[in-house]
Write a protein that binds this ligand. Structure first.
Ligand code: C2E
Ligand code: CA
Ligand code: CA
Length: 534
């Protein structure tokens, strides 16, 4: 564009020069100067010659002035075009990564679209929000730039878009299934490699979905939608993986959208309630406390597993109001229990990045008249062991108020002993998987034995989860495990059943030597427990 305008001005000047030269030649050919001379001689008395010279000088000055004006206009014109191009570029590109953006993609889709086959990859980062929340936007931006660079390097001849916060789309030529699978796998691998951002190195991952378009804008549009579905399926299947679109995924997306709507309503209307599972002191057989476990009854008799809806609540941000609502109901119930019976309450790892959460939970307890010293918070080891400032703040506030901390699902995370010693907690909950596998192998036995020894070494209590038979119970007791939890000792039950459970226990205390299966403990079928991943 710049060249064209310069050329135009040049042609204009050349044109006028030619016209001038032609006029001069014509004037010479026709002896015009003679006419002029005689004219000037004839009217000498009227100073026509002076006037003529003045006019010539004025014309020359005017010519010089217009040459400068032409130059100014050219510069102005060029600047305007540049600005227009910048605005256009900014509207269709992402300034951070310089990749084309969603608007550009929409423009491509509004046109006829490519005629031949394409493969569409939807890429969504895993754990990006956490990086952003914990380390700030500067680090987040570095991560996005690094991701874009890796994608550009990996797909130099293809079209890339950044279409949302941490979402990218790659469109390649052709529709070869094997090639697509390999490319998708390559994206996952490249994006899970550590990223140097600002002053630190961070790990994110990526979930990738892909689908094929056989040509045309409509087909491309559908392929983008399908690759998105596949990406969600990859995320749901455990992140950091790639998946090809399958038609069943469409159903899953609708199901999820419906469930999300229902969850929003349930949280708003407060229909999700805590059930309570007894925690039994293995030395005295007394009720040490209850663990609150969320229960959502979609319609009479139809429960949705907490593993499913807690994960959904975490993804959608509903976990905050849900947790606050559940804690309030727990406080209202547990404040009437005998003083020595405590409340164990699960805290999702997602919540630990909200620095003021601890104070809000303390406020709820004080509003409902429940002492924080009766509360034990269950958090997974991996959620705190990373030494995040926000997690330390949340737990610090709660501990200061008197609450205790239990490490849930112990043995399934990645904490090292040195990390454990640097963090203060009160209870270790041995993950159910070790108890379940106990009778099956000597190694599992040894793991449990080691965890119990670790607990007594650190001066913290150990709780064994998932005790289902007498053999497990007897063995755990013989190891010196402090507290037991499991279907054998009592299933999760509604609030009134928990009250009855305590009353019956008080009326007929179980002697320390043997613990019987309690019939009062199973009025509600407990849900199959799936372990949740942080
Ligand atoms: P968790 O914290 O490890 O809870 C223990 C799970 O094991 C519960 O599953 C419980 O019903 C189950 N369970 C207890 N005893 C036995 C047993 O003897 N055998 C077997 N097979 N299972 C047993 P549930 O209620 O389905 O909860 C699953 C997970 O969902 C919980 O695992 C917890 O991580 C999460 N969750 C539940 N309620 C809440 C909540 O209110 N907030 C948060 N953040 N997470 C919750
Ligand atoms: Ca728990
Ligand atoms: Ca657990």
């Amino acid at each position: 564009m710049k060249q064209k305008s310069g050329k135009k001005v040049f042609l204009e000047i050349l044109g006028w020069t030619l016209v001038f030269m032609f006029a001069s030649v014509l004037a010479v050919a026709l002896n015009v100067h003679r006419y002029v001379d005689s004219f000037l001689d004839a009217y000498h008395g009227y100073y026509i010659d002076d006037l003529f010279i003045s006019l010539n000088i004025a014309g020359l000055v005017g010519l010089i002035y217009s040459l400068f004006r032409v130059k100014d206009l050219t510069v102005e014109n060029r600047r305007r075009r540049e600005a227009e191009r910048n605005v256009e570029w900014m509207a269709t590109h992402d300034a951070l990564t310089t990749l084309p953006n969603r608007r550009m993609l929409d423009r491509v889709l509004a046109s006829e679209g490519p005629r031949s086959a394409r493969t569409v990859f939807s890429v969504d980062l895993d754990g990006f929000k956490r990086v952003n929340d914990l380390f700030g936007h500067a680090v987040g931006n570095e991560v996005l730039k690094a991701v874009a660079e890796r994608l550009k390097a990996s797909f130099p001849d293809d079209t890339l878009y950044r279409i949302g916060g941490d979402e990218f789309i790659v469109i390649t030529k052709g529709a070869d299934a094997d090639l697509a699978a390999a490319s998708a796998q390559r994206i996952v691998q490249q994006l899970t490699a550590p990223i140097d951002a600002d002053v630190m190195t961070v790990d994110v991952g990526a979930s990738v979905g892909y689908a094929f378009s056989l040509g045309g804008a409509d087909a491309l549009n559908t392929a983008i939608l399908h690759s998105d579905y596949a990406m969600y399926a990859a995320k749901a299947a455990g992140r950091n993986r790639a998946m090809a679109f399958a038609s069943s995924m469409e159903q899953d997306v609708y199901k999820r959208a419906r469930l999300e709507g229902a969850l929003k309503r349930a949280v708003r209307e407060g229909t999700i309630v805590p059930h309570f599972q007894p925690l039994i002191d293995l030395k005295t057989n007394r009720v040490n406390g209850f663990e609150a476990l969320a229960r959502w009854e979609l319609q009479p008799g139809e429960f949705i597993s907490p593993a499913e809806f807690i994960a959904l609540a975490e993804e959608t941000g509903l976990i905050v109001p849900l947790t606050e609502h559940l804690l309030r109901l727990c406080c209202i119930e547990a404040r009437n229990w005998p003083q020595e019976v405590g409340l164990a309450f699960n805290l999702s790892p997602v919540l630990l990045s909200d620095a003021v959460l601890g104070l809000r939970l303390i406020k709820i307890m004080s509003e409902e008249g429940f002492l924080p010293s009766r509360l034990e918070l269950e958090i997974t080891e991996s959620s705190v062991m990373k030494d995040y400032p926000a997690a330390q703040k949340v737990l610090g506030d709660l501990m200061e108020a008197g609450a205790r901390i239990a490490l849930d699902d112990f043995g399934t995370g990645y904490s090292s002993l040195s990390q454990l010693s640097g963090f203060s907690f009160d209870t270790i909950k041995i993950d159910r998987s070790f108890v379940t596998a106990m009778n099956k192998g000597e190694r599992q036995d040894k793991v449990i034995r080691a965890i119990v020894a670790l607990g007594s070494g650190l001066g913290v209590k150990t709780t064994a989860e998932g005790i289902e038979d007498e053999e497990q119970l007897a063995y755990l007791r013989s190891l010196g495990c402090d507290i037991g939890q499991g279907y054998l000792l009592g299933k999760p039950m509604p609030a009134e059943a928990a009250r009855r459970f305590m009353q019956e226990r008080l009326a007929n205390p179980v002697p320390p030597s043997s613990v019987q299966t309690d019939s009062a403990s199973s009025p509600v079928a407990a849900l199959p427990a799936k372990r949740r991943r942080a």
